[in-house]
Each structure stands twice: as C-alpha cells, then as structure tokens.
Design a protein around this ligand. Structure first.
Ligand SMILES: N[C@@H](CCC(=O)N[C@@H](CS)C(=O)NCC(=O)O)C(=O)O
Length: 228
C-alpha cells in the first residue's frame, strides 16, 4: 500500500493516447485516491486546459493535498513516487537504485516516447507518405527494444526487471507505448517481439497485472464515452 491522500488527485487526460495511461496505471498500482478529468483531444491546446499545462499536452495532475499542479508524465512519476510510494513498493531507498530508476525514466521520456510518437505520426497521421522518415523511426523503435532486450536478457531469470529484482516505476513507464506497438507498426504481436523475447516476457508480465487491466477498462469506457 501507499500513503493515501485524503483528497483525490485530479488527472487531466484525453483517452486515446498512451501517455495518460502511464499515470493512471501508477495510481491504480499504488491504490491511490484519484479522479479522472477526461476531455476531447481537440481541446488540448485550449482553455481551461492550457491554464493547467501551457504546453497543451496530457497528462497533467492537480494534487489538492500538496497544492501542486504538474505536467510531463516523467515529472509526475517522480512526484507520485516520492510523495506516495512511502513503502517503496515500486522504488528503492538506496542511492544507486534510485538513480538507475531515474536513468530508465529519462530514457523512456527522451528515447521511447518521442520516437514511438514519430512512427505514429509518419506512418499514420502525416498527409504524405515519406518512406525514409518511417524507416528512420521504425529503426529507432527496434533499436530501443534492442537496448531493453540486452539489459533484461542479462538479468537472473527470476529478476528480469530493469532495476533490482522487482517491478519499479521505471519498468511501468515503458508499458503504455509498448502496448501500442502492434497498432503503431501494423504488425502482429509475434512480429513485434520477434527479436526481443525477454522484452516480450517482461511486457506480458505487466499486461497481466490487475492494475493494468483496470486502467485499460477505464480507457475503453472513456473512449466509448466520447464516441471514438
Ligand atoms: N512528454 C509528454 C508528452 C505528452 C503527450 O505527447 N501527450 C499527447 C497524448 S498521449 C498529447 O497531449 N497530444 C496532444 C497534442 O500534441 O496536441 C509527457 O510525457 O507527458
């Protein structure tokens, strides 16, 4: 369990994209008191949301228990872990492990999120098909999965997590984008994971968690609510 805030933490999301689910999954996994403010992606660059996040991107949180408003999912992760993971269920107290978790979170934020986002853009949303752009970002996705594979494959069989011997927020941060890979790359899951069996096993262990399933139930409901 975690130190549970008496007042619900509000999280602003638009349901379809991956980044909000990173934060909602952390709420669910820690069993925190939270409420979802779901709105349409068309309104992400408009008031009232830009009063919360001037960068006009989700997720953002408002925590009435401490008075903070915060955006950027990595910063939100660090805040929630520091304040509410008091029993270190998803983190560590020790210096090296704390910084290794932060290292992976930074890699996820700078390496995984933006590159996966660019594949999504160039393969599905960009009005022109530019094969060299698609190829570059697909190669980056493969490269990032390769980095994860190298590290996970060297860990003992019963401790295949990025840091130490348990799932931490560092592992969790990668899930929502990896969860989209079959759609983003337009491949079957067997094709997605063909060169990265340890990443597959790591990912599939997390997909099975009740907290992830609850998060995806919320996602389906909120997408449905917007008629998407
Ligand atoms: N670095 C940001 C990225 C957030 C992000 O790109 N969110 C997407 C949804 S998954 C968004 O708000 N897109 C709307 C837009 O770019 O206009 C984070 O990790 O919080």
């Amino acid at each position: 369990m975690a130190a549970n805030p008496p007042k619900p933490i509000r999280v602003w999301i638009t349901p379809p994209g991956p980044n909000p689910w990173k934060v909602i999954w952390l709420f669910e996994e820690l069993g925190l008191n939270y409420e979802i403010k779901s709105f349409r992606v068309d309104d992400v660059k408009k008031k009232p949301f830009i009063n919360i996040n001037p960068n006009g991107r989700v997720p953002a949180i408002e925590d009435p228990n401490t008075g903070i408003t915060l955006w950027e999912s990595g910063a939100i992760y660090q805040y929630l872990i520091e304040v509410y993971d008091t029993e270190k269920r998803l983190s560590y107290d020790s210096l090296n492990e704390r910084h290794l978790c932060n290292q992976w979170l930074h890699f996820q934020m700078s390496g995984q999120g933006p590159y996966y986002g660019q594949v999504s853009w160039f393969a599905h949303l960009h009005p022109e098909k530019i094969p060299s752009a698609i190829e570059r970002y697909v190669n980056e996705v493969r490269r990032i999965l390769g980095v994860l594979e190298t590290v996970l494959s060297k860990k003992p069989a019963d401790a295949q997590w990025l840091v130490g011997d348990k799932m931490t927020f560092a592992d969790m941060a990668f899930m929502p984008w990896n969860f989209r890979l079959s759609d983003v790359l337009t491949l079957s899951w067997d094709e997605v994971w063909k060169d990265t069996p340890h990443v597959r096993a790591w990912h599939e262990r997390m997909v099975e968690l009740p907290s992830w399933k609850r998060s995806m139930d919320h996602r389906a409901r909120l997408i449905d609510e917007q008629g998407l």
